[in-house]
Design a protein around this ligand. Structure first.
Ligand code: TAP
Length: 476
């Protein structure tokens, strides 16, 4: 479904944003018990969008209790009944996708073209997909009568606020669990809008609870003694801390963490197509993508040709207002993230890599970073090892397929990889050697709810999406 968006000022009017929001607990919005709030800001204008309740540990407890109470009835519903609610939610998301896309672009900074054509269709598709599983769990390959776990505590990041919510909530509900979800501090609004959709869909009270807050709220949730499952997406550092909290308890845990994916281009690859894939791989969503193709590995013999074409293409990228449908690269999500990107880029220069960016004028207010390319990068450089989580590409070269595999795997992460070649046998050989959970060939950043997603090594464990995504929420 596509909409023709009005120019920026009118788009803003597409969605009503309340001046303040409470926590969504047991089907009602209510302030935090101590009345604390925080502001959520649009990263493209630094305008305060709304004030949102900051959940206290007692609020977390209240949300978990509501989810526990709701679990009894929700888990006892026939799968076909749960499916009806999920289908209804999916349809309302489609109906309200224009509002949601604008809201997501305002709160997160991502271009409206992406929230409209990528995030929202994927969010709805995810709910439709898991709705379809709700009455077929006996056929999921886990034997007769797989049982839900109970209450799931879910913590998500700011890069795909609504999509990460869908990845967490849809499989949990389909399998008969109830949830308490904490969105990231910088992007709470689409999760609160989703709470309203739950009410619109008539979802029983307490099945979904949304508690806004900061890292301390997430920590209180994962440490709560009465949750049965923790699902986390975010940084490897916080993921490790959560694993330590959960260790020794009977809580089931899945972690989706960081990445430093290699996008590998062989000399027989269709260069123009590869350039599009590289651009999509690193500049989609400002590079705030855990599976971003942030390391370009190019075969030496085509390096010059490829880099010339890539630089020409980068000169056409438009950075600016997320609500302008011609924008390719929106705002960096927060001042903190901008500082992190800037520090790593400075380190790249200090360590001797060569920095290049097209001439591009950045807006005066808000948080912005021009699409950037580093050549002369070695594996020892920080920009080749650490996740930048921004629109910054590090280019390395290789001569042989074996060298490409060695360099691609030379990272503590293992979330995704891309291979560009005409040779089918090489694709298969590479795919068998790369230590990455998702491997794309002659494409990049393609997602489908039927396809499991997740990492190797420090990119985490467990899979979301597909039949595999059910397992994380079932006693099997
Ligand atoms: P984090 O700082 O890890 O935050 C993720 C979520 O955890 C946020 O809701 C955060 O709350 C919360 N949190 C922070 N400290 C916590 C604690 N001690 N206990 C429990 N929860 C806590 O990551 P981020 O900056 O939002 O996101 C960027 C990172 O996420 C990148 O490294 C990226 O690779 C990774 N990521 C991975 C994936 C997948 S699928 N593997 C997808 C998206 C992002 P506040 O934001 O309110 O502080």
């Amino acid at each position: 479904m596509t909409f023709d968006y009005a120019p920026a000022p009118e788009s803003r009017a597409v969605v009503d944003i309340a001046p303040s929001y409470g926590l969504f607990i047991d089907g009602e919005f209510a302030p935090a018990c101590d009345g604390k709030v925080f502001k959520t800001v649009s990263p493209s204008s630094e305008e305060v969008l709304s004030e949102v309740a900051q959940a206290h540990a007692d609020d977390v407890d209240r949300a978990v209790k509501a989810a526990r109470k709701a679990f009894e009835k929700w888990s006892a519903l026939p799968g076909a009944e749960r499916a009806k609610y999920l289908f209804r939610i999916a349809r309302i998301i489609q109906e309200r996708s224009r509002e949601l896309a604008v809201l997501e672009s305002l709160d997160n900074g991502k271009p409206i073209r992406e929230s409209r054509d990528a995030d929202l269709p994927l969010v709805a598709a995810h709910f439709f997909y898991y709705a379809g599983w709700a009455d077929k769990l006996d056929h999921a390959g886990y034997g007769q009568n797989p049982r839900p776990l109970g209450v799931a505590g879910q913590v998500i990041p700011w890069n795909f606020p609504l999509l990460m919510l869908a990845w967490k909530i849809a499989p949990a509900l389909a399998t008969g669990n109830t949830v308490v979800l904490k969105p990231a501090e910088t992007t709470p609004l689409s999760a609160l809008f989703f709470a309203d959709i739950c009410r619109q869909a008539g979802l029983p009270k307490g099945v979904v609870n949304i508690i806004t807050g900061d890292g301390s709220t997430g920590a209180a949730l994962v440490a709560h003694p009465d949750i049965n499952k923790v699902a986390f997406t975010g940084s490897t550092e916080v993921g490790k801390a959560i694993a330590r909290t959960v260790a020794g308890t009977d809580k089931k845990l899945t972690l989706e963490l960081g990445g430093k994916a290699a996008n590998i281009v062989f000399d027989d690859a269709p260069i123009d197509q590869a350039v599009e894939g590289i651009v999509n791989g690193i500049f989609f969503n400002q590079g705030h993508v855990c599976c971003a193709g942030s390391r370009l590995l190019v075969q030496e013999s085509v390096q010059d040709e490829l880099l010339d074409a890539l630089k020409r293409r980068m000169q056409t990228l438009r950075v600016g207002d997320p609500l302008d449908k011609n924008t390719d690269i929106g705002a960096i999500n927060s001042a903190e993230q901008l500082a992190r990107i800037t520090a790593l880029v400075d380190a790249g220069e200090a360590e001797g890599a060569e920095r290049w960016a097209p001439a591009c004028e950045l807006p005066g207010s808000g948080y912005w970073f021009a699409p950037t390319l580093f050549t002369g990068v070695t594996q020892a450089h920080r920009i080749a090892r650490e996740e930048i989580f921004g629109p910054v590409l590090s280019v390395l070269t290789f001569r042989t397929p074996a060298e490409a595999v060695e360099k691609a795997n030379n990272t503590p992460y293992g979330l995704s990889a891309g291979i560009w070649t005409e040779k089918g046998s090489r694709m298969l050989w590479m795919a068998s050697k790369l230590r990455a959970g998702v491997i794309w060939s002659n494409t990049f950043n393609k997602f489908d709810p039927a396809s499991p997603f997740g990492g190797y090594k420090e990119s985490g464990f467990g899979r979301e999406g597909g039949r595999h995504g059910l397992e994380a929420y079932l006693n099997v």
